[in-house]
Write a protein that binds this ligand. Structure first.
Ligand SMILES: Cc1cc2nc3c(=O)[nH]c(=O)nc-3n(C[C@H](O)[C@H](O)[C@H](O)COP(=O)(O)O)c2cc1C
Length: 381
């Protein structure tokens, strides 16, 4: 396992088809999903040589506390279909690696159980669904559990056009016979995932009507309870209730970056939900330089989408990101080797960063700048 791509290849050998489709696929024609990788390829580095590279450093402050690399594990829902207690495994790996773990509202392990992990920087990702009492209770619980930050996801009130999902599932929302047959040919997955029974949305299941609480049905039910009226007024109300650092996630339009700033957030997470929501959108990397101009040094600015290599993180930092979120990269590690695989994914990204930083002739992240990069359309120099 020398690269995140190796972990991905092993994940593809071990996971059944419907699980891989959930993990990998994007929405619509998957133009956004593709853009999230293309955007990195459009920047080339102009390295320096003969620079003292003996003390390279890729550590970075995240909310003022030092992390070994500028990365947090992105919130991902339904992790329980990759393995039993997947959220705990991701969180333990995050704690061991010294990076924050952002737990999704749609996670399958209880928030309080995750919060009990020693040394974890535990952040809570909030989806607003159902009545007011749901978000208020989740925010209060996150406060009691000691979560360091709250992350409001803003771009998923209408569920993306996931054609693969619609095509594959029987009308009940349950995998069809062909999927079940395919799953039966992946015994290792069946043992590590189904030993505890099908997972449930442990943090929100009490809000779901009793007759809709099976795994697939509850996911469908919750999806349909997302208010389509969520607005900047709600962001301001959530901001008021939550006293610790507060981020909005899923922002791409520079005007919205400005709105977020005006709402008093502590950070913006630019992103297109891993290409799973609006199709044909720009990627976070495309918006990053403009967003940095808008926010200056006033708040933290992160991006998510397409992080597979240490060089991706370096490009993001050079273009103005304080940190990045990685969704699929740690999940490939999880599917390939459980908690150890997640640690491996993070360590690979870190060691690649360290090596590439030296190759670029830059001693530390604070010395990265936009002038180290050039867009391919501006070549030759
Ligand atoms: C399987 C999967 C589930 C996701 N679930 C959530 C979620 O519950 N909440 C959320 O805010 N974002 C969710 N996302 C988006 C991620 O937080 C992140 O923005 C995205 O994965 C970044 O792209 P990457 O996978 O290329 O790193 C999900 C992404 C994936 C791949």
């Amino acid at each position: 396992m020398q690269t995140v791509e190796d972990l991905r290849a092993r994940a593809h050998r071990l996971m059944p088809r419907f699980v891989l489709e959930y993990l990998e696929a994007g929405s619509g024609e998957e133009a956004t999903l593709a853009r999230e990788r293309e955007a990195f390829a459009e920047w080339r580095v102009i390295p320096h040589t003969l620079v003292d590279e003996s003390t390279r450093d890729v550590s970075a402050p995240i909310l003022g506390s030092k992390a070994p690399l500028p990365l947090a594990i992105a919130p991902t829902g339904l992790n329980g279909i990759f393995m039993h207690h997947a959220d705990l495994a991701l969180a333990r790996a995050a704690a061991a690696s010294g990076v924050p773990f952002i737990q999704s509202t749609m996670s399958n392990d209880r928030m309080e159980q995750v919060a009990a992990i020693d040394g974890l920087r535990h952040w809570w990702q909030l989806y607003v669904f159902g009545g007011e009492e749901v978000w208020q209770e989740l925010v209060d619980r996150a406060e009691r559990a000691g979560c360091e930050a709250l992350v409001l996801t803003t771009n998923a009130q209408i569920f993306g056009q996931r054609d693969w999902d619609k095509r594959d599932r029987a009308p009940s929302g349950f995998p069809d016979a062909a999927d079940l047959l395919n799953a039966a040919t992946h015994p290792r997955w069946a043992v590590t995932t189904l030993t505890g029974g099908l997972p449930e949305f442990a943090n929100v299941i009490d809000f779901v009507p009793k007759d809709r609480r099976s795994f697939f049905d509850s996911a469908n039910w919750i999806r349909h309870q997302m208010p389509k009226t969520l607005s900047w007024r709600d962001v301001a109300r959530i901001r008021d209730r939550w006293t610790r650092p507060f981020f909005v996630k899923g922002i791409l339009n520079p005007d919205d970056v400005q709105q977020a700033l005006d709402c008093g957030v502590d950070g913006v997470m630019l992103g297109a939900h891993g290409g799973r929501q609006a199709d044909w959108s720009v990627s976070a990397l495309d918006v990053l330089p403009r967003a940095r101009e808008i926010v200056g040094d006033r708040i933290e600015l992160y991006i998510s989408g397409g992080i597979r290599r240490g060089s991706d993180i370096l490009k993001a930092c050079a273009l103005g990101a304080d940190a990045v979120l990685a969704g699929r990269a740690p999940l490939y590690g999880l599917c390939a080797h459980g908690e150890d695989g997640v640690r491996k994914a993070i360590e690979l990204l870190r060691s690649e960063m360290l090596n590439e930083l030296g190759q670029y002739g830059v001693p530390g992240l604070d010395k990265l700048s936009r002038y180290l990069l050039v867009r391919t359309e501006n070549l030759p120099l």
